[in-house]
Design a protein around this ligand. Sequence first.
Ligand SMILES: [Zn+2]
Length: 179
Amino acid sequence: MPPQIKLRPIETCPNGHHFNTNAHGDTCPVCGAKVDTHSRKTQEELEKELTLKKDDWVCGWLVCTRGVNWGRSYEIKAEKNPIGSAHDMAIRVLGDPDIDKRNHGIIVYEPEDSVTTLLPGDSKGLVYKNGKVIFIPEKLQSLDRIDIGSSQFIYIALCSEQFDWKKEIAAAEAKEANA
Ligand SMILES: [Zn+2]
């Protein structure tokens, strides 16, 4: 687990505005409504609401560089990230009819060795890495180009040899222990 994060006490007024009670007390700075500070959330509740689960931490991105989604980015998370247009795809690309619904391709981030791999999917469509069709898993490097359907993407690494969450947590814990 990462070291304890100190969160600011966030309150929601009856009109749905969020504000920091350390700065504004029990009065909403937007509409002036008062909140019942006795119902203030505990540190535990705040953590649950505001912190991402470790499984949801980003490990890299696909950035669309050609196609209808030009300029849009898609987060890559640990383990398998299937690509397709269906709602249950981790990387859901809409608007390109040449991208299959399910498993057109799969990007896998393996956290132990911090390696990201592109796999062909089990759908009809093909996947290309740097202009070449792939039939077996291919390791990805930052700035590799991936063609799927009529769209092109660039892979951008966050987790790789230079950075990964395991090392980052260990460094933060070591710093905390020495403080
Ligand atoms: Zn308000």
